[in-house]
Design a protein around this ligand. Structure first.
Ligand code: SAM
Length: 229
C-alpha cells in the first residue's frame, strides 16, 4: 500500500502514517502507551471492574489491530470473556501489519496478532480462550446496529480535523443507540463539540487526563432513560 508508511513512536512501538490524510494511526508520543491509557485502562478495565464478564466491545477502525491485541491480552490476563466487534473499510494488508512490532509485547502475541489480522470478515471467530473477534469490512456510516448491543465503544476514528464526518451528532447518536445502559464510549479526542454532542444525548461526560502528550480524553456513560430522538 503506497499510501501507508511505517513509523516508530516515542515509546518504541510502531504505528502507521496515512500519507493521503497526513495522519498517524496513533499518537507519535507512543502508540502502545496511548492505546493502553485511553482504551484499555480508562475503557475496558474501568468497565470490567464494575461489571461482570462477558464484555462486548465495539471498535471504530480496526486499523493496525493494536486495540484488539491489547484487549485480547487483557482478557487472557484477567480471565474475562470479551466479544470484540470492529469495523474497517480500508484494511491494512498483512504484509504491512506484520512489520508492526506489537508481537514484542511477549507471550503468544505473535500468533494472536496474525490471527486477528487474518481472521475472516463478517463472522465471529474465537481467537483465544477468552477472546472472540467479529470484523466487518465496512464504514461506520453503512453499519446497522442492534439497539443496546455493546458495553464499551472504542471510538478510534482519525482526528476531527482529518475526518470531520466521523465526529458529528448523527454518528454519535447512532453509536450511543448501540450502547447498553451503563455502557461507555472512550476516545482519545477531547474536542468541546464532541463533548457537547454526547451531553445532548444524555450521556454523562468526563474529561480525563490524556496519555503523555495529550491534555485530555473523553469517557462518556449512557444513562438509563435514554431515548432515540
Ligand atoms: C486512528 S486509526 C485507528 C485504527 C486502530 N484502532 C488502531 O489502533 O490501529 C482510524 C481507523 O479508522 C478507519 N476508518 C476510516 N474511515 C472509517 C469509517 N468511515 N468507518 C470506520 N472506520 C473508518 C481507518 O481506516 C483507520 O484504520
Amino acid at each position: 500500500m503506497e499510501n501507508i508508511q511505517l513509523i516508530q513512536t516515542d515509546d518504541g512501538s510502531s504505528s502507521l502514517l496515512n500519507l493521503v490524510l497526513n495522519e498517524t494511526y496513533h499518537s507519535t508520543h507512543g502508540a502502545i502507551q496511548e492505546s493502553t491509557h485511553v482504551f484499555i485502562q480508562n475503557g475496558l478495565q474501568f468497565f470490567s471492574e464494575k461489571n461482570r464478564s462477558p464484555v462486548s466491545v465495539f471498535e471504530v477502525g480496526f486499523g493496525t489491530g493494536l486495540n484488539a491485541l491489547l484487549s485480547l491480552t487483557f482478557s487472557e490476563q484477567n480471565k474475562i470473556n470479551i466479544d470484540y466487534t470492529s469495523l474497517e473499510p480500508f484494511p491494512i494488508a498483512w504484509e504491512i501489519a506484520r512489520l508492526l512490532n506489537y508481537s514484542q509485547l511477549g507471550g503468544n502475541n505473535h500468533h494472536y496478532f496474525a490471527s486477528l489480522h487474518q481472521s475472516p470478515w463478517s463472522e465471529s471467530v474465537k481467537i483465544s480462550e477468552y477472546f472472540s473477534l467479529h470484523k466487518e469490512k465496512t464504514a461506520l456510516q453503512d453499519f446497522n446496529f442492534r439497539p443496546d448491543q455493546f458495553d464499551v465503544v472504542f471510538f478510534d476514528a482519525f482526528a476531527p480535523s482529518k475526518q470531520p464526518e466521523m465526529w458529528v451528532l448523527p454518528i454519535m447518536q447512532k453509536i450511543v443507540g448501540a450502547l447498553k445502559t451503563g455502557g461507555l464510549l472512550v476516545t482519545y479526542c477531547a474536542k468541546g463539540q464532541v463533548k457537547r454532542d454526547l451531553k445532548s444525548l444524555c450521556m454523562t461526560v468526563e474529561s480525563l487526563p490524556g496519555p503523555p502528550g495529550k491534555r485530555e480524553m473523553i469517557r462518556a456513560m449512557k444513562l438509563s432513560g435514554w431515548k432515540l430522538k
